[in-house]
Design a protein around this ligand. Structure first.
Ligand code: FAD
Length: 365
């Protein structure tokens, strides 16, 4: 017989969704372990999305479920902004455009603070209208480090391993019956999942030093070419760094920054926020720290957050050489969040916890 595992749940993946879900599950008393190829401290790894986010709270929720996740996260960011202002900061956002497509009345106007139309004189660059509100920006490296240290303090191991198949996650720490699949883009190639609906949404950005910029800007324009985005996100706790972007190019895997793209990102950002150049007269005066690319783990149909019951055909052979029988197991899939992993993470984790507890309680006699 296979030996008993010390864990109830194995979370596969240590991006923001894996960490937040592990945190929510372990807080209920479940014994959780994390297995992942890339760990929170791998902030230079292009193999996962989480180190490369802006990151801000600016919801794209299109249905009640997505909006609830974002709202839950927004509320908890409020608490974090008070306890950890170097990780999450409340600040002014200005969203601007020439051609409105509902941007002047987003669904979240009553969730964020002080939502109002901009006066014409407050609209920067070649744009004609806009709104102002207050929301949050966060430092993704510090945010993930905070989650990881909370997990480690609670005794949750975060172990580096690249698995080839989902089955391996059920056996690595001894036999467990429940795995959370938070592998992001990895879900496309992970044997036993191989979800063809998963695709990369490539985002190129520049990290620049501009300590005097403290407003978060975004261009929302119905005439914006597909794949192009313009945003400026001051990063808390980074010594005055700002993320400027960017792109949303679907299906593209290249992790190398492109020169023309980099120049156009800096030019577009300078147009709406000349302060980025620290008193310089041109976008060429912006002090660039690094040019970066991250692949958002997107999915046709959005985040997959559901349980799948399966039969595990065999575990590793026991030391005695005995063979194990097929056994029923379950996986909670939690991947494919695309561009919204941070702004939704705590809402996703809460939902993942509810689904898991309901499933586990159903199995109890
Ligand atoms: P990932 O971070 O990709 O993590 C996947 C995990 O699974 C990793 O640990 C990986 O190693 C592991 N894994 C995969 N395959 C295997 C395997 N075979 N074996 C073991 N482990 C495996 N979101 C926002 O909310 N706000 C923003 O402002 C924002 N801005 C962004 C800007 C850019 C440029 C980019 C690129 C993203 C941005 N995002 C933003 C999106 C956000 O970064 C992602 O939604 C989020 O990081 C996804 O997290 P995840 O945990 O699902 O996946």
């Amino acid at each position: 017989k296979p030996e008993k595992s010390s864990y109830d749940v194995v979370v596969l993946g240590a991006g923001v969704l894996g960490l937040a879900t592990a945190d929510a599950l372990s807080a209920t008393g479940l014994r959780v372990a994390i297995l992942a190829r890339d760990l929170p401290e791998d902030v230079d790894s292009a193999a996962f999305a989480s180190p490369w986010a802006g990151a801000n709270w600016s919801s794209f929720g299109t249905n009640d479920r997505e909006r609830r996740r974002d709202t839950v996260t927004f509320e908890q960011f409020g608490r974090l902004a008070k306890s950890h202002p170097d990780i999450v900061t409340r600040r002014q956002f200005k969203y601007i455009w020439n051609k409105d497509k509902g941007y002047s009345s987003p669904w979240y106007k009553d969730v964020v603070f002080n939502f109002r139309p901009l006066e014409r004189s407050e609209v920067p660059g070649p744009y004609s209208e806009g709104v102002s509100f207050e929301s949050y920006t966060l430092n993704p490296h510090k945010y993930n480090a905070l989650l990881a240290s909370r997990l480690r303090d609670r005794g949750v191991p975060i172990v580096r391993k690249r698995v080839s198949s989902l089955d391996e996650a059920f056996a690595h720490f001894g036999p467990v019956n429940f795995v959370v699949n938070a592998t992001g883009l990895g879900a496309r190639s992970l044997l036993g999942v191989e979800d063809p609906a998963v695709f990369p949404d490539r985002g190129q950005t520049a990290l620049v030093r501009a300590p005097n910029v403290d407003i978060c800007f975004g261009v929302r324009d119905a005439d914006m070419p597909t794949g192009k985005a313009v945003y400026i996100i001051p990063r808390p706790g980074s010594g005055g760094c700002v993320v400027v972007g960017g792109t949303n190019i679907k299906g593209e895997y290249s992790t190398l920054p492109k020169r023309e793209m980099a120049e156009s990102i800096l030019q577009n950002a300078f147009e709406i926020c000349p302060e980025l150049a620290n008193g310089g007269k041109s976008w060429k005066d912006i002090e660039v720290v690094s040019h970066n690319v991250g692949l958002r783990p997107a999915r046709e149909g959005g985040l997959r957050l559901e349980i799948e019951e399966r039969m595990l055909e065999s575990d590793a052979l026991t030391p005695e050489g005995g063979k194990s029988k097929p056994r029923p197991v379950a996986v909670l899939h939690c991947y494919g969040i695309g561009p919204a992993g941070y702004q939704a993470n705590l809402g996703v984790a809460e939902e993942a916890k509810e689904i898991t507890l309901k499933f586990i309680n159903k199995l109890r006699p």
